[in-house]
Each structure stands twice: as C-alpha cells, then as structure tokens.
Design a binder for this molecule. Structure first.
Ligand SMILES: NC(=O)c1ccc[n+]([C@@H]2O[C@H](COP(=O)([O-])OP(=O)(O)OC[C@H]3O[C@@H](n4cnc5c(N)ncnc54)[C@H](OP(=O)(O)O)[C@@H]3O)[C@@H](O)[C@H]2O)c1
Length: 252
C-alpha cells in the first residue's frame, strides 16, 4: 500500500524536475518519504521545485543530459556523495511538431539524444556498483505517441516508440540485479510542453485533440500517481511494462 512512509529513506533521482510532469513526480514522491535529487538545466526552476517538496534532505543538481558520455560518471559521483539510489524517473524530454518537409537531421538527433539516449545512459549509470541499492526502479516517460500515429510528430513518435522498446529490453537485462524498468505513456497533460504544442495548433485542432480524451485532458498529478506506483514496491512484480495514463485516448 502507498502511504506516507512508502519511500522513506530512499533516494530517487528525477530528471526534468524543473517543470511539468517531472516536478509533479518529485513532489508526489517526496510526500511518500523519498529524498529527491532534482535534475534539469535551469537551477532557479529546480530550486522552485525543491521549495514545494515535502520533508528535508532534498538536493538540486543542475545537469545538461545532452552531455551523454558524462552521465554514468556523474551518477557515480552523486552516489559517492549522497548514497546509493533506489530509483530514477526520466521525465526530461523534448517535443517536436513539424511537417516532414521542415524536419532537419540536427533536430532529430537533439530530440533522440534527450528522449532516448539519455534514458539508456541513466540506466547504464544506475547499474554500476555502489550507485544503486536493490530493489530499485526506473520509470521512463514515454507517450501515447509511441503507440499511435499523428501527422507532424513523426520524430517525437519514433522517440517514444524507442523508449517503450528500450523499457522491455532493459527490464530483461536488469531484472537479475534487482532493477525494474517501466515506462508511462501519458495522453495530453496540461504542462508547459503541452502549452508550447498548443501554440502550433488552431483552436479547432486543439478541440479535436481534447475531444479524443474521453476523460478530458490530464493533470500532472494524474501521471505522478502512476510514477509513485511504479517507483514503490506496490509494483514489485511489474517490469518491462508501459503503463498508459491517457484519459481513454488510446481506447478508440
Ligand atoms: N505534457 C504532456 O502532455 C506529455 C504527454 C506525453 C508525454 N510527455 C512526456 O513527459 C515528459 C515530461 O514532459 P513535460 O510536459 O513535463 O515537459 P516540460 O514541462 O517541457 O519539461 C521538460 C523537462 O525536460 C528538461 N530538459 C529538457 N532538456 C534537458 C536537458 N538537455 N538536460 C536536462 N534536462 C532537460 C527541462 O528542464 P530544463 O529546462 O531545466 O533543462 C524540463 O524540466 C517528456 O518526456 C514528455 O515527452 C508529456
């Protein structure tokens, strides 16, 4: 059962903690007793998140995850300083809504690096000796766009399909050492990323997307509850899964 001590004495690294779903996840996990290492590039916004966390002992650690090669070493030094991690939530990510004729290879590479390669390198970092303590759990933020198509978002869709595939293979590779790996596929949730997407749509297009969510658009806490379930022992027998949290979007 999830109660206020479900994550007591557990240190959880949350990427994307400066905004949206990552911030909401950090707040939710802290309410369950976790000590949060809040990661993103914008230190001022990470501090804003830290001010919303329950309990004490949380850390703000600005880091640019596009420095892919440095991720394992950085995680080693974090754990040497602050003790082993019991979980990682990878909520840092980028979106790209662009018709195919305007897609450039550099933008593809940048998006893939943060959405996919950083996820892989965080798992590689966590599995190192003394960096994690079992049982541990990794939760990757995917999207319904990894399961269904939508015109103009092929790069983003491809990255989220890759996250779901990564989840399954990492789960098989890391089960033996006590690390579970799952992903969450949200539908449209009202965050800054969603607001940026909205600016690229007409009112009619936006209303069409809203109407495709039978339960309406999501709130960050709707996804944060799912993160908490997958990080805590409530999901001890679940690995390699993608949990869809989408207000019914993919039920069509
Ligand atoms: N919102 C939705 O409707 C929705 C739906 C489905 C899936 N998702 C997925 O959920 C995740 C979170 O989305 P969100 O809505 O919370 O997005 P958001 O509000 O735009 O936040 C994105 C986060 O990623 C961090 N980030 C981006 N590039 C980074 C880098 N190079 N290094 C470190 N951190 C970086 C940003 O931090 P800094 O700016 O501080 O670096 C920010 O905290 C994403 O993977 C997204 O694809 C969102």
């Amino acid at each position: 059962m999830l109660d206020a001590t479900a994550l007591a004495d557990r240190t959880i690294l949350v990427t994307g903690a400066s905004s949206g779903l990552g911030r909401a996840a950090a707040v939710m996990l802290s309410r369950l007793g976790a000590r949060i290492i809040a990661v993103g590039r914008n230190e001022a916004r990470l501090i804003e998140t830290a001010e919303q966390l329950a309990g004490t002992g949380h850390l703000v650690r600005p880091f640019d995850l596009s420095a892919i090669d440095e991720i394992p070493g950085w995680m080693k030094s974090l754990s040497a300083e602050h003790g082993p991690l019991r979980g990682v939530v990878h909520s840092a990510g980028r979106h790209l809504a662009r018709p195919l004729q305007m897609v450039k290879p550099d933008a593809v590479q940048e998006l893939m690096q943060i959405n996919v390669t950083a996820a892989l390198m965080l798992a590689k970092g966590l599995r190192q000796r003394n960096v994690f303590e079992a049982p541990a759990s990794i939760v990757l933020l995917s999207s319904v766009m990894g399961q269904v198509g939508q015109a103009g978002v092929s790069v983003y869709s491809a990255s989220k399909g890759a996250v779901d595939a990564l989840t399954r293979s990492l789960a098989l590779e890391l089960a033996a050492i006590g690390i579970r790996v799952n992903s969450i596929a949200p539908g449209q949730v009202e965050t800054e990323m969603a607001q940026q997407q909205r600016q690229t749509l007409t009112e009619e297009q936006f209303e069409r997307i809203r109407a495709l969510h039978p339960l309406g658009l999501g709130r960050p806490a709707d996804v944060a509850h799912a993160v908490a379930f997958l990080i805590a022992d409530t999901s001890r027998w679940i690995t390699g899964s993608t949990l869809t949290v989408d207000g019914g979007y993919t039920a069509h």
